[in-house]
Design a protein around this ligand. Structure first.
Ligand SMILES: [Zn+2]
Length: 167
């Protein structure tokens, strides 16, 4: 059994666009910031307001920031999961994620695999994801706490370890 935790921060314009991605297992962490899928000017006014809100008050990630191309999101996740090498043992892979939009996104991009996706939103005792001021270079550090995928993924992973290791 190979356990992964994934957290994604993004924008709905209205389609979900990944901005900050963290996927990790016991050995390593993949943490990326992605460029937008289309120019800000091409977003409908209604969704632009949401973008501005998320930029200022939620995750404090700027819509236009990012180094990796949006089209690489799927490849980066699949590579981290070793999906191309491990065809026979995909069913041994479990990804833990918290949130319906994130679950939906992962299901769509992993549709052709046997990877199991567990949405912790459906599990009562799962950890609450909180805003932080812990330093992560990707965020626009105003004086607000912010939602960070790196912090969220670590938080879920720590909780998972307490569940898996007998006390
Ligand atoms: Zn972050």
């Amino acid at each position: 059994m190979h356990l992964y935790v994934c957290d994604i921060q993004g924008f709905c314009i209205p389609e979900f666009v990944v901005k900050e991605l963290t996927i990790m297992d016991a050995q390593s962490i993949q943490h990326n910031l992605f460029k937008p899928s289309k120019p800000y000017e091409d977003i409908d006014l209604f969704y632009r307001k949401q973008v501005k809100y998320l930029e200022r008050y939620h995750h404090l990630l700027r819509y236009n920031d990012g180094l990796e191309a949006q089209k690489n999101v799927v490849g980066i996740i699949r590579k981290f999961l070793h999906l191309n090498e491990l065809k026979n043992s995909e069913s041994d892979i479990i990804i833990y994620v918290k949130g319906y939009v994130k679950e939906d996104f992962l299901r769509k991009i992993l549709l052709d695999s046997c990877v199991r996706i567990v949405n912790l939103e459906k599990i009562d005792e799962s950890p609450k994801l909180c805003k932080t001021r812990r330093r992560c270079e990707f965020h626009n550090l105003d004086n607000y706490d912010f939602m960070c995928s790196l912090n969220n993924a670590k938080c879920i992973y720590e909780w998972l370890c307490t569940k898996l290791i007998p006390q």
